[in-house]
Design a protein around this ligand. Structure first.
Ligand SMILES: [Zn+2]
Length: 259
């Protein structure tokens, strides 16, 4: 309801219901850096607030309302096993029902391991061939091996070199392994809170994206791959992203040259 009023006001200047909307609300709520207006997404904010209460409830935080909910509703049961009932207080019911959201997130997390598989599904040339689309099966970067997911990330000398160069630029000289190896390495980086680790994680995402984009551009749009240009683009991206993060400032000073 509140969101509808905000949305209507943005497009019509009044609070009367209207279907006028030139850009999807989800897009408006995105950060300015990605083309949005940085408007708070009330639905997400509300979800986060409820989940915070659920966490407090699950952790049995020392608060009167939590003790009350445990005594009257939860009664030593596991929150996951509780089935809410309409007779229960609305607030408690909504908080407990938020567990479904958590369960969904858990399933999503499990499915992260299958992201690679879905990526492969899109990627591999044999899939396109199955649909009768005839394409060149050799790697578009080097032409020396079959284009498979494992070759693209990072079996191919060209893509391997890109990630190695970006890492070196960020002060990390190391031998690049295969996808699984790099994924484990970057996952451990992503858990760290230091500026350098955050920058490396952001750069990795950018490298993966750029390889994918360049591959498609070359294959379907006659694009040309230029490693210097891609390195420059990633460096710019890190600097632009870092400008908003105070924590990154010291790290950015070290990477003031191009990779
Ligand atoms: Zn290759």
């Amino acid at each position: 309801m509140i969101e509808t009023i905000c949305r209507t006001f943005l497009w019509t200047g009044s609070n009367e219901f209207s279907r006028k909307a030139l850009i999807a609300w989800g897009r408006i709520c995105q950060p300015k850096a990605t083309g949005g207006l940085n408007v708070i997404n009330i639905k997400i904010l509300n979800k986060a607030a409820v989940l915070k209460h659920l966490l407090a409830l699950a952790m049995k935080k020392d608060a009167l309302w939590i003790r009350w909910a445990h005594t009257y509703y939860i009664k030593n049961r596991h929150i996951e096993d509780i089935h809410t009932h309409k007779a229960e207080a609305w607030v408690v019911r909504k908080i407990i029902e938020a567990k479904d959201e958590v369960m969904k997130m858990r399933t999503d997390q499990h499915s992260i391991t299958t992201i690679r598989e879905s990526f492969v599904k899109q990627a591999t040339m044999d899939r396109l061939t199955k649909f009768g689309i005839q394409v060149q099966v050799d790697c578009i970067f080097c032409g020396k091996a079959e284009e498979t997911f494992d070759h693209l990330y990072f079996g191919c000398h060209s893509t391997n070199k890109l990630w190695e160069r970006i890492l070196k630029w960020l002060g990390h000289t190391r031998l690049i392994g295969d996808w699984n190896h790099e994924l484990i390495w970057i996952s451990s980086m992503a858990k760290k809170k230091e500026c350098k680790a955050e920058m490396i994680t952001a750069a990795f995402a950018m490298v993966v994206y750029c390889i994918w984009r360049e591959k498609n551009s070359m294959r379907f749009n006659k694009g040309r791959y230029n490693i210097d240009e891609v390195c420059k683009e990633i460096a710019m991206h890190i600097h632009i992203q870092g400008r908003k993060k105070i924590k990154w400032r010291s790290g950015l000073d070290y990477v003031n040259k191009l990779p």
